[in-house]
Design a protein around this ligand. Structure first.
Ligand code: DGL
Length: 268
């Protein structure tokens, strides 16, 4: 790659701040990679939208973002957008695209009780894609699902600096544990990228011994593999966030973004 290509960023895309749970393990593996973090704040939340809305919105938006930032790689750091729109996005863009897949395979490898919980958005947990993963990788497990828009809001609120109520996390997890066989769940898949951002709150609300897994570390390894041998900027990399709507709510996220090394915020 020439010097201009060395500067080409990796573009992470989500509806909100959830994709930061993928940025964090990626930065550990690729500390010199420049990052553009794109959040579709004008379209947030995705989890309560229809398949048609997401399939139309995400490829169009990513097309604009790729034109503007010329990334070397796009990461759809959002399970909802990935499970619905990944093939369409791949067909529309001429850069490699990495998607986010619910971590059912590692969950099945970890479970002793053979009862797994999948916690995602409503849109993600109803996808046939999740049925396929469950059949392929957890065929001998009971896979219980729960979709929660509230947990997405709690994660956004936490990163905006608000104090969130522990009772709300217990109520969300009740959506899994209160199902038939739910009491036997020993592994929960965080199948929404927002949820690892409230890992401590979820762990405190769950019965002792329940493990949580998410796709972040696996996606980071995939990104490192796909960029192996590529050059990176010589000096300190600049990381930026871009929001499709930039108002007070988005500006309130500045300290949280700074925690992930992202110091510049702009609108699309
Ligand atoms: N972070 C997203 C996901 O992984 C979606 C959150 C939302 O907008 O509902 O599914």
């Amino acid at each position: 790659m020439d010097a201009a290509m060395d500067d080409a960023p990796i573009l992470f895309f989500d509806s909100g701040v959830g994709g930061l749970s993928v940025v964090a393990p990626t930065r550990v593996l690729l500390p010199r990679a420049p990052i553009v973090y794109a959040a579709d704040s004008a379209g947030f939340p995705y989890g309560i939208k229809s398949e048609a809305e997401i399939a139309a919105r995400v490829p169009a938006l990513l097309g604009r973002l790729v034109e503007r930032y010329r990334p070397r790689l796009v990461v759809i750091a959002c399970n909802t957008a990935s499970t619905i729109a990944l093939p369409v996005v791949r067909a529309a863009l001429d850069v490699p695209v990495v998607g986010t897949v619910p971590a059912i395979k590692p969950a099945a490898a970890l479970s002793r009780s053979r009862v797994i919980g999948v916690l995602g958005t409503e849109a993600t947990v109803r996808q046939a894609y999740v049925d396929d993963l469950a059949a392929r990788f957890a065929g001998d497990c009971t896979v219980l699902r729960h979709g929660s828009a509230e947990l997405v809001r709690l994660a956004e609120a936490k990163l905006a600096g608000a104090t969130t109520d522990p009772a709300r996390y217990r109520a969300v997890l009740g959506g899994l544990f209160d199902q038939p066989e739910g009491a036997r769940i020993d592994v929960i898949v965080n199948a929404c990228t927002h949820f690892p951002l409230v890992a401590a709150e979820l762990a405190a609300a769950a019965p002792a011994g329940v493990h949580f897994v998410d796709g972040g570390p696996g996606i980071a390894r995939r990104i490192a593999f796909l960029t192996e041998g590529q050059g990176w900027p010589a000096g300190e990399s600049v990381h930026r966030a871009v929001f499709t709507r930039l108002g007070d709510a988005e500006r309130a996220l500045a300290p949280a973004l700074a925690d992930y090394g992202i110091g510049t915020i702009e609108g699309l």
